[in-house]
Design a protein around this ligand. Structure first.
Ligand code: BG6
Ligand code: MG
Length: 212
């Protein structure tokens, strides 16, 4: 087998929490009277909470102290966490679950590499709290994607070298992070949107065939 481990991004790859990110940023933008749409939201995929806020505030004319920015990011996170708290194992797609189980049966080591500081909470909500062999996330890194730190940490925790792992990503920042770390990357999305990936999957179960 070409790879010994698979490192998954979380939001938008394993579960649809990217929609909750959008709704929470949208609610904050509305409260601040800033225009925000799905197009702008696309730019926030994969990048850190603070960096996302900077993009949200771009062109708004609102200038903030670092302290206020921190409060605004916390406000968004509180709304986001309320949505996450309502998640349950029913929010993990059956097809994602069976794909993960099949990969494990094939003897692959499985990890999560996410910029999110809510990773442990989300995994626990959807019933994957103790499923993965390793988890590296926003709470244990200094540099978020497109820096490769989170993937390098996940690979290290699996005891594997980057060339032995495949990263699965849905965001340009994540594809860049994988490349910067020396990982092959299978992108969920189209080639035009995610240049630089080694392969493109329509949806996660396509990974099974991709690896054959
Ligand atoms: C990434 C998301 O997985 O996590 C980004 O794609 C998000 O949109 C980032 O900003 C940080 O997430 P959190 O949960 O720490 O705010
Ligand atoms: Mg993602």
């Amino acid at each position: 087998m070409r790879y010994k481990g698979i490192i998954f991004d979380l939001d938008g790859v394993l579960c649809s929490t990217d929609e909750y990110h959008y709704l929470a940023w949208k609610a904050l933008a509305e409260r601040l009277g800033i225009p925000f749409d799905r197009e702008k939201n696309r730019r926030l995929r994969g990048i850190s909470r603070q960096e996302s806020l900077n993009i949200l505030l771009e062109g708004s004319g609102i200038s903030c102290t670092e302290e206020r920015k921190k409060a605004l990011a916390e406000e968004k996170n509180a709304m986001y966490r309320q949505m996450l708290a309502r998640m349950s194992p029913a929010d993990l797609s059956r097809r994602v679950k069976t794909t993960l189980e099949e990969l494990r049966k094939r003897g692959l080591k499985l990890a999560v590499g996410s910029s999110s500081k809510n990773t442990a909470f989300i995994l626990e909500r959807v019933g994957l709290g103790s499923f993965f062999d390793a988890v590296a996330d926003g709470s244990c890194i200094r540099h978020a994607k497109p820096d490769p730190e989170v993937f390098l940490m996940a690979a290290d925790r699996l005891g594997l070298a980057p060339r032995e792992c495949l990263v699965v990503e849905d965001a340009p920042a994540g594809v860049q992070a994988a490349a910067a770390g020396g990982f092959d990357c299978a992108a969920i999305g189209d080639a035009g949107e995610l240049p630089g990936a080694a392969g493109y999957l329509k949806e996660l179960p396509d990974l099974l065939q991709y690896l054959e």
